[in-house]
Design a protein around this ligand. Sequence first.
Ligand code: RP5
Length: 163
Amino acid sequence: MSEHSLVAIVMGSKSDYEVLLPAIEILRALEIPCEARVLSAHRTPDQLFEYVATAPKRGVQVFIAAAGGAAHLAGVMAAKTLLPVLGVPVVATPLNGLDSLLSMVQMPRGIPVATLAIGKPGAANAALFAAAILALNDPALHERLAAWRAARAQEVLAQTLPD
Ligand code: RP5
């Protein structure tokens, strides 16, 4: 998506793409250059390692990793980088995402994955978390993130209920 991405979104399958759309939309709204790839920890491990190793050289500072089932994608990525890895559990099996949530959130001590909620809310929050990380060293992005939050507050305050 961008030649100089700050955020790289990796998903274990194209079937995860729709879940990631809220993240992509928010990153675009905040004018954060991002890229997205399908790479699997178990189906394309060599290509995943290569991608994680080369992404920082293109400017990537935060990874978002989304996967379903026995979701080891985020943990494997975290094992291969010191950049923050934000995990988004995806619903992909009869266990409704609880399998992927526990796979991501229960990382053993030493290799952290910051795990968000299951599905689209988690994807949106992963993008906002990435923005918060990047905003630490980007005052203009900090302002855009503050404006985004203020707009959400205004949406709530504008809501009315039936008489
Ligand atoms: C995981 O298996 C993917 O992240 C996806 O959520 C799930 C199902 O993948 P597909 O069978 O749809 O390719 O690796």
